[in-house]
Design a protein around this ligand. Sequence first.
Ligand SMILES: NC(=O)c1ccc[n+]([C@@H]2O[C@H](COP(=O)([O-])OP(=O)(O)OC[C@H]3O[C@@H](n4cnc5c(N)ncnc54)[C@H](OP(=O)(O)O)[C@@H]3O)[C@@H](O)[C@H]2O)c1
Length: 274
Amino acid sequence: MKIVVIGGTGLIGSKLVNKLREHGHEAVAASPNSGVNTLTGEGLAEALKGASVVVDVSNSPSWEDDAVLKFFETSTRNLLTNEAAAGVGHHVALSVVGTQRLAESGYFRAKIAQEKLIKESSVPYTIVQATQFFEFLKGLADISMVGDKVHVPHALFQPMAADDVATAVGRIAVAPPVNGTVEIGGPEQFRIDELVRRRLATLKDPREVIADPNARYSGAKLSDRTLVPGDNARLGETRFEVWLTQPAAQLPSAPQPKAVAVENKEKESQRKAS
Ligand SMILES: NC(=O)c1ccc[n+]([C@@H]2O[C@H](COP(=O)([O-])OP(=O)(O)OC[C@H]3O[C@@H](n4cnc5c(N)ncnc54)[C@H](OP(=O)(O)O)[C@@H]3O)[C@@H](O)[C@H]2O)c1
């Protein structure tokens, strides 16, 4: 089956492409680097020819309110129009657990807009809402700085390994569309401040982490369970302590500067090749 992975060079996308290929599918990694740009539409019609499924695991290069809204609205419109023309039978998009409860955040207003366009389109779909990735914990600290300290809410969350996200999205991509939303999450719940503190300690990052009742998550106020998935969520296997022993935990976490990301990908391919 031909499956086009939009954002196929990213954290989740690169893992997903590998997993789909291991299962014998023709997985195409589509991104600006491979000449496919969903924002401008460049290369899209050509890439979608003969595709049965499109999985959108792209992310906006800028998280500034207007830029991120423009990215998800324009990209999703371009994708769905081209998918309808190419007869694609399943659009899968990766979103975030609790997106509908996070409208105070510019980033999440953009994800809400993305989900709305998908639900209104004629293309059969599955929206996969994932919890925060373990790989994102350092990035969460980086976007939560007040002075030289990390200020995060004390709320609960149920984060998961990026590898488990890719496994779940891959299974959903090859199954029939549910025309609805599937939640996926990690096997354990934590307090955000506690886990960010533990993650920074393993990285020997000396920043102090404060549980701050006024701290926001990506601009949105959280209640205790805003980020926690419902009872029907499909849970990944990898526990945080186990993930810490894996190669994924040794790399600088996403989001990270492009140069570092490219360097890490190169190191990873060199390791695989040797
Ligand atoms: N971080 C979290 O904890 C979390 C939790 C749940 C869900 N999510 C969702 O997961 C998704 C993927 O996140 P990620 O961390 O894997 O992303 P990522 O590593 O930042 O990768 C983003 C991908 O999008 C591609 N891209 C950027 N602009 C594009 C364009 N104009 N056209 C086509 N592709 C474009 C990039 O291509 P290049 O490499 O060529 O630039 C890259 O392949 C996001 O939608 C996010 O909302 C994240």
